[in-house]
Design a protein around this ligand. Structure first.
Ligand code: FE
Length: 334
């Protein structure tokens, strides 16, 4: 009991600091995305609908644990988090319920949402190849699978397999190639590593820029952040698998909680977040791509070029996550 008193008290304080609802109701959000990212969208939503948004931010693990512990008593109506692996887990833990909405089905492509409508991707993050422009020509590059070949021996940098982004990437590989073939690919990557895996994507990019390795796999917004700081870095992005399966994409997204007290308002918020009005707010602030294909990315992001996405449903990242973790362990990917 005592264990949950402190977070509960913290929650209450946070809720009280948010301006009270005017008349049109309210919606309560648990968000693993930080206040700076979500507040502008919530303000725009309140302005348009009159519905007040109360929110709590924390890491996805604690938020999901809180939802589980609170059960039917949770004040949360909506969960926002990054990575389809996390959204899938929330649905799998029975923390979310279907939101059936024609607006959401129209705005969000089928491969970027839960087949049962328990969560919806709201921004797209592409996990693609980054390379050192002084050591690699774009013509040298082709596919994720090719990075497992002998040509890249001692030239590849990767982030740790502990990160959900790579677990999702391998989960998607399994969906595409099956386990045996995916394990061959991952073994090939490991054999080609220039150095031990890095703790984050930024360090991976810095190692490529410094010439410690020639190529790596990163989410594009980390490239965007780094190049904004130092535009002279010899780094570029490459879109692999364009004649085949497409670029591996993931999402940040949201779902309506199983025990939402304001379900109608919660669905309205998700619909708003999927709309042209909010999609740029959601995507641009972190240099991601809008999930709604009718909305153009930020000009800085658009300048990296357009690409074909892998159309496999991102839910596979979650479904195959456990298998992916075991596979990477067997393959010696640390
Ligand atoms: Fe990230």
């Amino acid at each position: 009991m005592k264990k949950y008193l402190a977070p509960g008290a913290a929650l209450l304080c946070l809720l009280l600091t948010v301006p009270a609802a005017l008349a049109a109701g309210e919606v309560v959000v648990y968000s693993a995305r930080n206040e700076q990212l979500i507040k502008p969208m919530f303000d725009a939503f309140t302005k348009e609908t009159g519905i007040a948004v109360k929110f709590v931010t924390d890491k996805e693990g604690p938020l999901m644990q809180r939802l589980k512990a609170e059960g039917a008593n949770t004040p949360a109506d909506v969960l926002i988090t990054v990575d389809a692996g996390n959204l899938w887990e929330a649905a799998n833990e029975d923390l979310l319920q279907p939101a059936n909405s024609e607006v959401l089905e129209k705005n969000i492509p089928a491969h970027l949402r839960d087949p049962q409508n328990r969560w919806f991707g709201l921004s797209v993050r592409a996990r693609t190849i980054a390379y050192n422009t002084q050591k690699v020509k774009p013509g040298d590059l082709s596919t994720y699978e090719d990075l497992a070949g002998p040509k890249w021996k001692g030239r590849l940098c990767l982030r740790t397999s502990k990160k959900v982004y790579n677990q999702s990437l391998v989960g998607m590989l399994i969906a595409q190639h099956g386990e045996a073939e995916s394990e061959k690919i991952v073994r090939g990557w490991v054999a080609n590593l220039a150095t031990d895996p890095f703790s984050d994507d930024t360090k991976t990019l810095e190692a490529i820029a410094a010439g410690q390795c020639d190529v790596g796999l990163v989410n594009t917004y980390y490239y965007g952040r780094l190049m904004k700081k130092d535009p002279k870095l010899p780094l570029a992005l490459f879109w692999p698998n364009q004649n085949g399966s497409g670029v591996h994409v993931n999402v940040s997204g949201a779902g309506v909680t199983k025990h939402a007290k304001h379900k109608a308002e919660a669905v309205k918020l998700l619909e708003f977040l999927s709309s042209s009005d909010a999609q740029n707010l959601f995507a641009d602030v972190n240099m991601e791509y809008p999930a709604n294909p009718a909305v153009k990315p930020d000009p800085v992001v658009a300048a990296w070029g357009s690409f074909k996405q892998n159309p496999i449903n991102v839910a596979k990242a979650g479904e195959n996550q456990a298998a992916a973790v075991k596979l990477m362990d067997r393959a010696g990917y640390r």
